[in-house]
Design a protein around this ligand. Structure first.
Ligand code: ATP
Length: 235
């Protein structure tokens, strides 16, 4: 069913130890969509991604991916269903080369990109293939971190603030990459502070406030809703 969501989250609650931070997150993502989670610092955006990939200690509610309820599953099984997580801190192994970093995560599903496909997507990485992870620029590290997930065969990509701290020209390159992945049928959940960037890639925006999704703004309505959005983001 083409109209069935690829990811459907309902009443998601989450905790860090005793600290209750998600209070009923509800949203869904259709196949091939790019959606963003927008909201202030501490609203619960990163925690929502961590809950989806299953690395949050305690979760309750429902997260259905590709028809499978994942709320009780360990993260390695969720990854195997085809969910890839690119954390904000990128997780590049400093002592390994670019090539070794790309080869590191196991293939979890058939149909992942080859290393050559990834180098075609990010030509800078091909040039740096023998460089150590730490020798890369911030933009190259971000590309490596995205490329590594594409090799696994994941079809849902969870991206946490990929543009943070990057130069405008690199931000544009990441934007083009996301559009290209969308054209190839990937589905993306993007946490983003830069809503001007978000606007160039997303179909819909979900506003997160105090551990809940409080609003949804279709991308084509974003400009008409700037006042509301500024109030949500406190800018
Ligand atoms: P940011 O952009 O600042 O990361 P966010 O919307 O992604 O914002 P989260 O990182 O999801 O917010 O944080 C949600 C809440 O959980 C905040 O109150 C934060 O202080 C708390 N929190 C985040 N990480 C931890 C942790 N490891 N242990 C305890 N509390 C945490």
């Amino acid at each position: 069913d083409a109209s069935a969501p690829l990811l459907a989250i309902e009443g998601l609650e989450g905790w860090y130890g005793e600290s209750h931070v998600l209070h009923g997150v509800t949203f869904d993502v259709r196949p091939g969509e790019v959606v963003t989670l927008l909201g202030r610092n501490g609203a619960g955006k990163t925690t929502t991604l961590r809950a989806i990939i299953g690395i949050l200690g305690k979760r309750r509610g429902s997260i259905v991916f590709d028809g499978v309820e994942t709320i009780g599953m360990p993260s390695r099984l969720i990854a195997r269903l085809g969910v890839g997580y690119v954390p904000e801190e990128r997780g590049i192994f400093a002592s390994l080369s670019v090539h070794e970093n790309l080869m590191l995560p196991p293939r979890v599903k058939p149909g992942g990109m080859s290393v050559d496909d990834i180098y075609a997507l990010f030509p800078n990485l091909r040039e740096r293939s023998r460089s150590q992870g730490t020798k890369l620029s911030g933009g190259e590290q971000q590309m490596l971190s995205i490329g590594r997930i594409l090799r696994t065969g994941a079809k849902l990509i969870l991206l946490d603030e990929p543009t943070e701290g990057l130069a405008p020209v690199i931000v544009q390159q990441i934007g083009r990459t996301l559009q290209r992945l969308k054209a190839e049928g990937y589905t993306t959940v993007l946490v983003e502070q830069n809503f001007r960037f978000a606007q160039t890639v997303a179909d819909r925006h979900f506003v997160v406030e105090q551990g809940r999704v409080v609003d949804m703004i279709p991308n084509h309505d974003l400009d008409a809703n700037l006042g509301k959005l500024h109030a949500y983001l406190g800018v």
